[in-house]
Design a protein around this ligand. Structure first.
Ligand SMILES: NC(=O)c1ccc[n+]([C@@H]2O[C@H](COP(=O)([O-])OP(=O)(O)OC[C@H]3O[C@@H](n4cnc5c(N)ncnc54)[C@H](OP(=O)(O)O)[C@@H]3O)[C@@H](O)[C@H]2O)c1
Length: 350
């Protein structure tokens, strides 16, 4: 099939670079349009970007021009991935959606809007139907805050079988989560910073929407009490989370809980989406895993790893969850959402 042209808003940032890397050999999508700030606009990508990834800048993207945020001549791109800074993402994403473009966003700005899907498609792909209730010529689809993604995927699977009452999550988040240049080395080396602006409230609210049920074009929010504490640690990629949960009733045994997670087959896998993983959760039995350096690239960063599942003295269970913040927590998640959109709403691209 002829590849679908796509654009990247915020192409020079940490998430933007991941988009470009992950889309290099994508079987459906081809990058044809780039947007960044005034500082970068008018330059070639290779001259504007401070490339930080371990693979080289893809040849096809190196010499693409960077446009500014008001450009509607997208060189054939109808789907626009957004890794824009949240100070501009709200307005810019709406501008393009009103003009007929499909926005697949990582930014916080539209996540909690009633008719905007907030997707972890392995647990709530049907929420994508909310776009039928949007008033845009195009559409806006979002993926969650990176830290919210990992424990919500795990809890979302469990919650379908054994309703959850309480979640406590303490994160140890990588510096790439703050974008580039992010936090100064002087502040993070040999240190832990126990504050990330806005992060805790996102982890406490977004899961309620994601685990909610789609009913008559609206999401009925889940009602779980969530307490989150966010910390920045000196890790490059990969957010680690210590998570404790209690169930409302009917507490599974440890083996039942582990089996539910390890045998959970992604319902979107059968759609043959290129980025979908059949088993999105890996249960690890080693006593000191998962660890970011060893485990974030499992399933090319698109699965989460869970280990140290054990009984807790306050909650029912506690565990350690790890995910790749710029892949499953950002660019990879958005690419999967775009594939789902193409699979279900292909006619909107014509
Ligand atoms: N990093 C993660 O792990 C992660 C995970 C999930 C979600 N997110 C979200 O994804 C978004 C991007 O994050 P990031 O970490 O990639 O940030 P980043 O490295 O700071 O990149 C921000 C991007 O936005 C562009 N930009 C900034 N101001 C702009 C303006 N006024 N007009 C047009 N473009 C502008 C920048 O272009 P210039 O280079 O030209 O300034 C850059 O391309 C944020 O909303 C963030 O919250 C990030």
């Amino acid at each position: 099939m002829e590849k679908i042209k796509v654009g990247i808003l915020g192409a020079t940032g940490a998430v933007g670079q991941r988009f470009i890397q992950l889309l290099e050999n994508h079987p459906w999508f081809e990058v044809s349009f780039l947007v960044a700030s005034q500082k970068s606009a008018g330059k070639l990508y290779k001259d504007a970007v401070k490339w930080k990834l371990e693979t080289p800048i893809p040849e096809k993207v190196k010499d693409l021009f960077i446009y500014d945020i008001s450009n509607l001549n997208t060189n054939g791109a109808k789907i626009l991935f957004s890794g824009l800074d949240s100070s501009v993402a709200g307005e810019v994403e709406e501008f393009y959606a009103k003009n007929g473009y499909i926005i697949i966003s990582n930014s916080k700005n539209h996540r909690m809007v009633e008719n905007v899907p907030l997707l972890i498609p392995e647990i709530n792909y049907e929420h994508i139907n909310l776009i039928k209730h949007q008033n845009y010529k195009g559409a806006i689809i979002t993926n969650p805050n990176c830290s919210a993604t990992f424990f919500t995927l795990v809890c979302g699977i469990l919650n379908k079988k054994w309703p959850i009452e309480l979640i406590n999550v303490v994160t140890m988040q990588a510096i790439s989560g703050a974008g580039y240049p992010g936090i100064a080395s002087y502040d993070i080396l040999g240190n832990v910073v126990p504050y990330i602006s806005g992060e805790e409230s996102k982890m406490e609210t977004e899961p309620q929407k994601m685990m909610g049920k789609l009913d008559n074009g609206k999401i009925i929010y889940e009602n779980i009490i969530i307490s989150a504490s966010a910390n920045r640690v000196a890790v490059i990629d990969g957010h680690t989370e210590s998570v404790s949960i209690s169930f409302k009733e009917g507490v599974p045994t440890i083996e039942e809980l582990k089996n539910e997670l390890r045998n959970f087959e992604s319902p979107i896998f059968k759609m043959n989406l290129p980025t979908a993983v059949k088993f999105p959760v890996r249960v690890m039995e080693e006593e000191d895993r998962p660890q970011p350096r060893l485990d974030i690239n499992f399933e090319k960063g698109m699965a989460v790893s869970v280990g140290r599942i054990r009984k807790d003295n306050i909650f029912d269970y506690k565990m350690t969850i790890l995910g790749h913040n710029t892949i499953k927590g950002a660019a990879g998640a958005a690419i999967l959402n775009a594939e789902l959109f193409v699979y279900l709403f292909n006619e909107k691209l014509k």
